[in-house]
Ligand binder design. Structure first.
Ligand code: PGA
Length: 252
């Protein structure tokens, strides 16, 4: 059965001290809660991954990276490989975030390579995608999302989806305070699951967790998470405060 997941994407926030403090606070707050079918993931910046891994030991918290290079190693100044992540104790990577696509020119074709490399190194992928406002206004949101998933993922074998989490993040809702309505999220998630079912069959489609991301906060999490095809959230701004992040986790 698919799991509920709440993942915090810290983006380029939190220095070493703040990383240690936030992990500690989340750990402390979570202890009091019951989280049977829910995974909790935090994604600090590269330099603080090791510290976060160390401090999240013996807790529910898992640590993910926010990006990764597609090559195994070599002359790629400033980049980080899958093997480096593994050796830092990281087992999950976020790929395809809209900020990576928009500011760093990441394309579906490049992301397909990154996904392959992550899976080859036994690293789970949280794969992000989502339409821009102009796409939605033009009624093209399903065509865009369907294309992003197909281009980056549908070359994979069915069993690869044991190591893939999908994150639907409409670009117009990220960091804007504007959230997709629970109905808009559900409609898109059900469309995504149908695409998976058409390509790989119902078993795969039913087992993949599909997260929603874009201005999720304690006040709206419960309604969004209550939708049948929404299995959790990828949280940006609200993941930087332990109290808010834990309130979102408790929304399940
Ligand atoms: P937000 O970011 O929650 O601040 O809108 C979500 C994301 O970028 O993953």
């Amino acid at each position: 059965m698919r799991k509920n997941i709440v993942a915090g994407n810290w983006k380029m926030n939190n220095d070493l001290k703040a990383t240690k403090k936030l992990v500690k606070q989340i750990k402390k707050t979570l202890k009091k809660d019951k989280l049977k079918n829910t995974r909790v993931i935090v994604a600090p910046t590269f330099v603080n991954l090791t510290a976060a891994v160390k401090r999240s030991k013996k807790s529910k918290i898992e640590v993910a990276a926010q990006n990764m290079h597609q090559a195994a190693n070599g002359a790629f100044t400033g980049e980080i490989s899958a093997e480096m992540l593994r050796s830092a104790g990281v087992k999950t990577v976020i790929l395809g975030h809209s900020e990576r696509r928009a500011y760093f020119g990441e394309t579906d074709a490049l992301l397909a390579e990154k996904v392959n490399t992550a899976l080859a190194n036994n690293i789970e992928v949280i794969f992000c995608f989502g339409e821009e406002l102009a796409d939605r206004k033009a009624g093209k949101e399903e065509a865009v999302v369907g294309g992003q998933i197909k281009n980056a993922l549908f070359h994979l074998e069915a069993d690869a989806f044991n190591k893939i989490v999908l994150a639907y993040e409409p670009v117009w809702a990220i960091g804007t305070g504007e959230t997709a309505s629970p109905e808009q999220a559900q409609d898109m998630h059900s469309f995504i699951r149908k695409n998976l079912a058409d390509q790989y069959g119902n078993d795969v489609a039913e087992n993949v967790s599909i997260l929603y991301g874009g201005s999720v906060k304690p006040a709206n999490a419960q309604e969004i998470f209550s939708k049948p095809d929404v299995d959790g959230g990828l949280i940006g701004g609200a993941s930087l405060k332990a109290e808010d992040f834990c309130a979102i986790i408790n929304a399940f």
